[in-house]
Design a protein around this ligand. Structure first.
Ligand code: AMP
Ligand code: MG
Length: 576
């Protein structure tokens, strides 16, 4: 009745029709206005005979035999609220026709529908990990370019443009050693003998140019100091002895050079001999690593600003009414658990060099989720708009699993996949949401709705989120061999240190420690086998793990000594 009245006027929402059964009588309340009463009654009158029979206590089983279609035919009504329209238009049997195809409609549950109206199995097709990675690769936005100063926080950025040396390195003729600048010859007698020390050239900025070196004299130079004009080689201090000192005894007056083997050019760095001005020093796609070499090179060649790919900003939130902050200083009540996913995922991102926004714990309410996600897309007083959102929990089939419907129905997002054939991590969900507001150049926000179980959350974070971040960060296209993709976790092969059972159906990402043996082989041992060992709720299975072993499905255990693929999450540790 309400639904029909709403088609007539929005004011219908002010009325609250009530219906009930008392002493086998069906009672309906109609609005006071004649027009309203008529419309309301018309809305339900076709079903009243059936309703009355049921209210009177007819046997429900025989009443419903033949199914809904038969009931609809008897009552002269059609499914989907489309009553046969002959009252209104007269003639013409109008068949209700949908204007969307099933693929266009949301697949997610309607959160307001009760448990009886929810899907009992996931409507999302189960796809393979490889398909999931291909979809992530395709749907993750392309990287953006910005110009930034060469500073220490550049580590982890990828160059968006080739870089050339602005200057010669070194810019002047410099000594490679501590010693004495000499005029060396190809022939003997050469540098052997006792020489007066004309002056000292330090590695320092000098305002006047050095006086030329006269034949028969030498100049003391320190490492990196400029050579005097005319000097063409440096004798290292080890090849000399002090012969006499100045009157105050502080400086050397004469020095004896013990060798005659010094060649012209020895121990001298010519201008531009390390890096020549104008030469290419780094290429587009090179990573500015934590080793420091690239940033050192940029700094030494007068590059003060470079073009890099902008790193994404990633928002992280946990969902669940059962969650309590991990640092809450109180005992847990029945049903409560500490939120371990958010701190774990944020630490992971920080270690990957990503700026994070802590979006907190969100209750199992579509409204709250929508609010937090909208703020994340738009940015607030406290944080900038994010480019990627990572959520945990709320993606399985329970009634509080609100991520998919919220993304799809409230935020207009597209769910690209909602189920992956893997263990753990089956309900992993990936979507993109259009960013309508703000002048943010990134119009699409990628959202990873990871499973709530802590081990699943961390495994899927490494497996699925990292490659997307790598794409956004400008890591080159995964065009390498399958073994060596340039995005995501590095792959190696390791030998099993002991037998490991397998899952019969799904590829397992088994948490393990990979060690480098003295014989040069990599060995993998599980972080937990028997019973609860690898259970997806057991976050301890991720503790100390530095690798995920990719175990293909199968019935028999993999034997000790089997060579398996390992995805490295952390550094390889030394073993026996
Ligand atoms: P859900 O996907 O929301 O059904 O969560 C699956 C399981 O993971 C439940 O046992 C949750 O209590 C647990 N869980 C969900 N979120 C978190 C979290 N942030 N930290 C630790 N456990 C969680
Ligand atoms: Mg939950």
């Amino acid at each position: 009745m309400l639904a029909e009245s709403l088609k007539v006027t929005p004011f219908a929402m002010m009325s609250r029709p009530v219906a009930g059964v008392r002493n086998k009588s069906l009672i309906l309340t109609l609005p006071g206005s004649v027009k309203g009463a008529k419309e309301n009654l018309e809305a339900v009158i076709d079903v009243l005979p059936h309703a009355c029979m049921q209210a009177a206590g007819a046997d429900s089983r025989s009443l419903h035999a033949g199914g809904v279609k038969k009931l609809e035919a008897e009552a002269g009504v059609a499914a989907g609220g489309g009553r046969h329209d002959h009252h209104h238009h007269g003639g013409g049997h109008v068949v209700p026709k949908p204007h969307t195809s099933p693929e266009d409609r949301p697949m997610s549950n309607d959160p307001s529908a009760g448990p009886t109206r929810r899907h009992r199995t996931s409507p999302y097709p189960m796809i393979s990990v490889e398909e999931a990675l291909a979809i992530i690769e395709r749907e993750t936005p392309s990287p953006r370019v910005e110009e930034v100063p060469v500073e220490e926080d550049l580590v982890g950025h990828v160059l968006a443009k080739d870089v050339y040396a602005n200057e010669d390195v070194p810019a002047y003729r410099a000594s490679i050693v501590d010693g004495y600048a000499v005029i060396a010859k190809e022939t003997r007698p050469n540098t052997k003998g006792v020489f007066p020390v004309a002056y000292v050239s330090h590695a320092e900025r000098s305002s006047i140019s050095l006086p030329p070196l006269r034949p028969g004299k030498i100049v003391r130079v320190t490492t990196g100091a400029p050579l005097p004009p005319n000097a063409n080689a440096v004798v290292m201090v080890e090849d000399t002895i002090v012969k006499s000192t100045t009157i105050d005894g502080k400086e050397e007056a004469t020095v004896e050079i013990l060798t005659d083997d010094i060649k012209p050019g020895e121990n001298v760095r010519e201008p531009g001999s390390d890096v020549a001005e104008g030469s290419k020093i780094l290429s587009k796609g090179d990573v500015l690593s934590a080793v420091g070499g690239e940033i050192g090179l940029l700094a030494s060649t007068g590059n003060t600003d470079v073009k890099v790919y902008t790193k994404p900003i990633v928002g992280v939130l946990s969902t669940g009414d059962e969650l309590v902050r991990h640092d809450a200083e109180r005992a847990l009540h029945e049903g409560e658990i500490r939120d371990s996913n958010r701190p774990a995922l944020i630490s992971c991102l920080m270690a990957w060099g990503i700026e994070t926004v802590d979006l907190g714990i969100v209750s199992d309410s579509s409204k709250d989720l929508e609010t937090v996600l909208r703020d994340a897309l738009r940015g607030t007083m406290d944080h900038p708009p994010v480019d990627v959102i990572i959520t945990t929990g709320g993606v399985s089939m329970g009634e509080r699993d609100l991520l998919k419907p919220t993304i799809e129905r409230l935020l207009g997002g597209t769910i690209h996949f909602g189920r992956v054939a893997m263990k753990p991590g089956k309900p992993t969900t990936f979507a993109t949401i259009p960013r309508k507001t703000s002048n943010n150049p990134r119009k699409q926000v990628a959202i990873f709705a990871l499973p709530g179980n802590p081990a699943s959350a961390l495994v899927t974070m490494h497996l699925f989120v990292l490659p997307a971040l790598h794409k956004l960060m400008g890591f080159s296209h995964p065009d390498g061999t399958e073994d060596r993709p340039s995005r995501g976790l590095p792959r190696v092969r390791a030998v099993l240190a002991h037998p490991i059972p397998r899952d019969p159906k799904r590829t397992e990402y088994h948490r393990a420690v990979v060690t480098a043996s003295r014989d040069g082989r990599l060995r993998a041992s599980s972080t937990g086998l028997e019973g609860v060992g690898q259970r997806s709720s057991r976050v301890a299975s991720m503790a100390k793990a530095n690798a995920l072993l990719v175990l293909p499905p199968g019935v028999e255990s993999l034997p000790e000594g089997e060579l398996v693929e390992a995805l490295m999450m952390g550094q390889i540790v030394p073993g026996n």
